[in-house]
Design a protein around this ligand. Structure first.
Ligand code: DOR
Length: 446
């Protein structure tokens, strides 16, 4: 029997509504026991979680792993290591690879790939993500796809989206919509507003996202399908989802750390790591996203981890591909931006990053109930530190958060009962043991 005891931590598990000081015993990859004081047998490995928070492993429902096709930017293996480093134990990979994940054999390739953490494939809605012909959705579901999406591009044709939603109900999987009305996006590269005028960069209006959100909500209502809106970034989108939920439509949505941390003003630096789709929005959009996260309108926080090579990003802003890495910064940025200032509780933050995305995708994660698969994240909530480029283990380094001070750092990641990441920063460990804390000063933005 393989035994692991996580001892002395504050166990926060939204699934069992637990927030208590409890030891957690894992036996053969499954949560076996939770109690205030458990004594290890000989041969039990012990993680000292004194002062740390112990939660269900984080579930990132929106990542780009670039395999097949762009293994220079990321692979399933390197992305899994980055995820483990970020406290993520399960993630869903988008199909905008080269070629796209649009056949059962590609779904099987992702699903069966060896990796440190669990990787779930999201299959394309249309063949080659070209927006013209639906994929064989039943076959893709049977091969193990957990959702359908043409993410990176919208399904521009409303009739095709309607059919995709109808077929998705037969296999009981959600369709994840990348909401952009392309005619309105045009050649835009940043949010339309004062900042785009000042920067002299071509604008993308908020309406380009909101029109697509409204269309897909109407189609979800018409078909009764489960619709999930990816990377919600505007105040108007939050309001549309809020109203649709009130109306009983089966819609869920996610946002990403950059949409509640950065604004279009950050684009005025012309730093290409700030280029993303949808674009960074205004301060009032950021405020509305925070309200949506707190009141339950927004169901999940996903990273939209989008690695790009240095050569591709080291160009003028307009010429850079959109996207930023995020697997490793999901937790510290969320803790710093949302939990620290009291916008959401720690329990709600874990719900948003673990329990709820697992439930949207119907995957067995996001719980530390006895009998659950032992995916666990352990982090020090008080550890104040600065994100540096050499800290990332992702193959790509295009993070907008490099140089930022954050509070909260993953110390251990446990996937299926095995430790897949353990913090070995001994200097920091010594400093902590001596009670030396770095400055509590945090650059809270917005
Ligand atoms: O900024 C983005 N990058 N948005 C997307 O929807 C796709 C992603 C990518 O694949 O690079």
């Amino acid at each position: 029997m393989r035994k692991l005891l996580i001892k002395g931590g504050r166990l926060v598990d939204p699934d069992t509504r637990t927030d208590d000081r409890l030891d957690l015993l894992i036996v053969d990859g499954v949560v076996a026991e939770r109690a205030p004081e458990l004594t290890p047998d000989d041969g039990t490995r012990v993680i000292d979680a004194d002062g740390a928070v112990v939660t269900p492993g984080l579930v990132d429902m929106h990542v780009h792993l670039r395999e097949p096709g762009r293994e220079d930017e990321e692979t399933i293996e390197s992305g899994s290591r980055a995820a483990a480093h970020g406290g993520i134990t399960a993630m869903a990979a988008m199909p905008n690879t080269e070629p796209a994940i649009d056949t059962a054999s590609w779904v099987t390739f992702v699903r069966n790939h060896e990796s440190q953490i669990t990787v779930y494939p999201i299959a394309a809605v249309t063949k080659g993500r070209a927006g013209e012909t639906l994929t064989e959705m039943a076959e893709l579901a049977a091969a193990g796809a957990v959702a359908f999406s043409d993410d990176g591009s919208p399904v521009a044709n409303a009739s095709i989206m309607r059919r995709a939603l109808e077929y998705s109900t037969m296999v009981s999987l959600p369709v994840i919509s990348h909401c952009e009305e392309l005619e309105l996006v045009g050649a835009g590269v940043m949010h339309e507003g004062l900042a785009s005028t000042m920067a002299g960069l071509r604008p993308i209006p908020a309406a380009a996202e909101e029109i697509a959100v409204a269309r897909d909500i109407i189609l979800a209502k018409m078909t009764g399908a489960s619709l999930h809106i990816a990377h919600v970034s505007t105040k108007g989108s939050v309001e549309l989802v809020r109203r649709a939920k009130d109306d009983g439509v089966a819609v869920t949505c996610e946002t990403c750390p950059h949409y509640f941390t950065l604004t279009d003003d950050d684009v005025r630096t012309y730093d290409t790591s700030m280029r993303v789709n949808p674009p960074l929005r205004s301060a009032s959009d950021v405020a509305a996203i925070k309200v949506g996260l707190a009141d339950g309108t927004i169901d999940a926080i996903a990273s939209d981890h989008a690695p790009h090579s240095l050569e591709e990003k080291q160009v003028e802003f307009d010429a850079a591909p959109p996207g930023m890495i995020g697997l490793e910064t999901l937790l510290p940025v969320t803790l710093t931006q949302l939990v620290q200032p009291g916008t959401v509780t720690l329990e709600r933050a874990i719900e948003l990053m673990s329990t709820d995305p697992a439930s949207i995708l119907g995957i067995p994660h996001g719980s530390l109930a006895v009998g659950a698969p032992a995916d666990v994240t352990v982090f020090d909530p008080d550890w104040a530190w600065e994100i540096t480029e050499d800290w990332f283990v992702s193959k790509s380094k295009n993070s907008p958060f490099t140089g930022r001070k954050v509070q909260g750092r993953v110390t251990h990641t446990v996937s299926r009962g095995e430790i897949v990441f353990e913090e070995t920063d001994l200097d920091r460990g010594n400093a902590r043991a001596e009670g030396e804390r770095e400055s509590d000063e945090l650059p809270l933005h917005v």
